[in-house]
Design a protein around this ligand. Structure first.
Ligand SMILES: Cc1cc2nc3c(=O)[nH]c(=O)nc-3n(C[C@H](O)[C@H](O)[C@H](O)COP(=O)(O)OP(=O)(O)OC[C@H]3O[C@@H](n4cnc5c(N)ncnc54)[C@H](O)[C@@H]3O)c2cc1C
Length: 467
């Protein structure tokens, strides 16, 4: 029987990164993936394809609405959804093939099939043709990720009532896309189809979109998306979703308890994701789940069975690719006897709408709830020369610092290229910078990052230069 030092089950960003780091550290490593392509949700039906569609639709939006202002005159552009999806598939293919290359390069044995525990050290791999193969492993890392979740009364038919997976593969541009859930995935995919010409209505149970991010970002993003034409029904609890031929009707109760309804031709259900452990045979290995169906782990990401670890979306914490990657490296290094560390407070969150939204550290709401005294510095993007040059004047940077020590506690950005700008915030906070430190660092002119410096100046004595 094949024997390995470490076997990773699942090849998403948690799993494949864990496998590479294990191999780098000298472990004989295997990875098991049930699908023919590696890369998990992120590369196949998540981060990468959604960003490919966001980029295509943004080009279209610019061609349609912004080129003329720049003096670029073109005929009325048309969106070819077939080509847009085809290009997205090409991007996915190139990216997943890259993972195969990395597996070969690091001499990692790849098994295609469903990994299921026979015992704590023995794993069966059940292949598509029904045959199976067993391997032995000293350590196992569970990285089986997550799947879209739904509401109990919704029947996802994958045609008109769809999840993000189907929304990444539509054959036509919806006339009216109803998005249930105003979180990251719903707003990103809603933006894609809005830009391509669909009417988009977002129905959200809470009184704000992107819950979990700083409240000022929610407010600003909603304002900008509304300006772009997306409609919002907040504080609205969906009670039924019915399909009738090519149309879908969503019925809900609004804030006042009144019944409201909206009709469209597609309904995207994006109400979150659930940890995925189906078919893994955890009971045979004796691995416990927590009350929310996640694999239960301690602070070392170790399950209750000492040689089995778990990482990524299938364990507690934010469901983000870079969090999964950090955890993959963490476990590999731990197994090698090193003392790795993850600062969970500094995992940035990003929304790839336009403008982009990004935040790291504590939100103002969290600090209030924790009773921590803080001060805030703000700076509007519209006051930057760079923003005016590109025409991206929406948004702001908000820096929250400790009232007494001036240590930065959170940085929240909405604006062009916020996704890339947040890296400065993470570095600063990892080194426990004060707002004064950022205020005194030279930021290239003209760049969007000048807004971070200006917000730091505002946080430290209201001395921003350009507002
Ligand atoms: C539309 C969308 C957009 C997203 N955009 C972003 C983004 O921009 N940035 C970001 O950080 N995150 C994003 N995410 C979230 C991100 O995709 C996940 O956080 C990330 O993929 C989690 O990685 P993982 O390794 O834990 O699991 P996954 O990527 O889910 O991978 C798990 C893998 O395990 C395999 N598997 C499961 N069970 C078994 C088994 N028994 N045997 C063998 N294989 C098995 C699955 O087939 C899968 O390939 C997005 C998600 C979606 C849906």
């Amino acid at each position: 029987m094949n024997q390995f030092d470490v076997t990773v089950i699942g090849s998403g960003p948690g799993g494949y990164v864990a496998a590479i780091r294990c191999a780098q550290l000298g472990f004989k490593t295997a990875i098991i993936e049930k699908y023919p392509t590696l890369g998990g949700t992120c590369l196949n039906v998540g981060c990468i394809p959604s960003k490919a569609l966001l980029d295509s639709s943004e080009h279209f939006e610019n061609a349609k609405h912004n080129f003329a202002n720049h003096g670029i005159i073109i005929n009325e552009p048309k969106a070819d959804i077939k080509r847009i999806i085809e290009r997205k598939n090409e991007v996915v293919e190139q990216t997943t093939k890259g993972i195969n290359f990395l597996m070969d390069k690091n001499k990692i044995t790849v098994f295609e099939g469903v990994g299921n525990f026979e015992s704590a050290n023995k794993i069966n791999i059940t292949k598509k043709d029904g045959s199976s193969e067993a391997i032995e492993s000293k350590y196992t890392i569970i990285a089986t990720g997550s799947k879209p979740s739904s509401l109990p009364f919704i029947n996802i038919d994958k045609e008109r009532i769809i999840t993000s997976t189907e929304a990444l593969n539509l054959k036509e541009i919806p006339k009216h896309l109803i998005v249930i859930g105003g979180g990251v995935i719903g707003l990103e995919l809603g933006s894609v189809y809005k830009r391509l010409g669909a009417e988009v209505t977002v129905v959200e149970y809470l009184d704000r979109i992107i819950p979990g991010m700083d409240g000022s970002l929610s407010k600003e993003l909603q304002k900008v998306l509304k300006k772009q034409g997306i409609k919002f029904m907040l504080s609205t609890a969906v009670s039924a979703v019915e399909r009738n031929g090519d149309s879908v009707k969503v019925t809900a109760k609004d804030k006042k308890g009144q019944e409201v309804s909206v009709e469209g031709d597609y309904c995207l259900v994006s109400v979150g994701r659930r940890p995925y452990t189906d078919g893994l045979g955890l009971e045979k290995a004796g691995v416990e789940l927590d009350e929310r169906g996640r694999v239960k782990v301690n602070d070392h990401l170790q399950t209750n069975v000492s040689n089995i670890y778990a990482i990524g979306d299938v364990v507690k914490g934010v469901m983000l690719a870079h969090k999964a990657e950090e955890e993959g490296v963490f476990v590999a290094e731990l197994l090698a006897g090193q003392k790795p560390h993850i600062n969970y407070n500094l995992i940035p969150g990003v929304v790839y709408t336009w403008p982009e939204v990004a935040g790291v550290g504590k939100t103002e709401e969290q600090l209030k709830a924790e009773g921590i005294a803080y001060k805030v510095g703000n700076f509007p993007m519209r006051a930057l020369g760079r923003s005016r040059a590109s025409g991206d004047t929406d948004g702001l940077v908000k820096i929250i610092a400790d009232e007494k020590t001036d240590e930065i506690l959170g940085i929240h950005i909405i604006g062009a290229r916020a996704a890339d700008m947040i890296a400065e915030a993470v570095v600063a906070m990892e080194y426990r910078a004060s707002a004064e430190d950022i205020a005194r660092i030279s930021h290239a002119h003209p760049t969007f990052t000048e807004a971070i410096k200006e917000a730091a100046l505002d946080a430290t004595g209201k001395r921003a230069i350009h507002s």
